[in-house]
Design a protein around this ligand. Sequence first.
Ligand code: CP
Length: 306
Amino acid sequence: MLKSKHLLGIKELTPEEIYHILDTASGFKDVLMRDIKKVPPLRGKTVVSLFFEPSTRTRTSFALAAKRLSADDVNFSVSSSSVVKGESILDTALTIQSLGADLMIIRHSSSGVPHYLSRSLNISVVNAGDGSNEHPTQALLDLFTIRSHKKDIKGLEVAIIGDIAHSRVAKSNIYGLTKLGARVRVICPPTLMPAGLEKLGADVFHNIDEGIKGADVVMALRIQLERQSKGFLPSLKEYFNLYGLTGERMKLAKKDAIVMHPGPMNRGVEIASDVADGPQSVILEQVTNGIAVRMAVLYLLSGVKQ
Ligand code: CP
């Protein structure tokens, strides 16, 4: 059981709750391997997705997760909704609740929007990414993927490279990995390092070679130009020269290290194509695992008898 009826961040979860979600997702992964990839537990429930920012992976995998669980799945289109007439986000959410939604999945460019809505709604709210704060289901699918390649998350050395300051994926992963006993190294230019990051329990590196050395997992992050004002980077070419994940640099990690990226990727900026498509890459597995993990989240928050 999860203590809260919402999933707002990894920060709020206990290690036991994280493992419970991952174990539940393992069962759903088996369902997804069958010829008929559908089970009935959420029959009669309605899942509504509100994405105020673009998405390919998260939006599609939540929609598939809801369908695989036999829920009714509604994709709310912000651009053709009354939001464009000035309706507030709270009035929009209350309207969707009144229309009969049981679970609301929300992505927004402002940190804290899912938390704000959860205080006024009776239904479950799932954070699908809020500004630069958290992206909990991405971290859960990353943990699931790591666990499927490495026996135990405890004791692993995980290097996260990139735009840490603007990355909700980095923050959710730091919370999750440290709660499960991994050591996290964050690698980025000083301009992309948020203040107080060390307090989250991560070791900070500004030299990529030092940071990757001996890592079990190497995760590259997207440079989030849409969240940056000018001046964080001299140029994308220089960023790739100093911080791009290349085959040469991967030789510094452990031989059996895996390469991860939450997507969408900027090839030739944060990661070289031969690494993204190479034998150590589990990037497309991450995408596939996202469905099972999101099925687990919807199922555990739905209130159906487990
Ligand atoms: N990783 C991730 O959140 O991807 P999308 O923006 O495509 O959903």
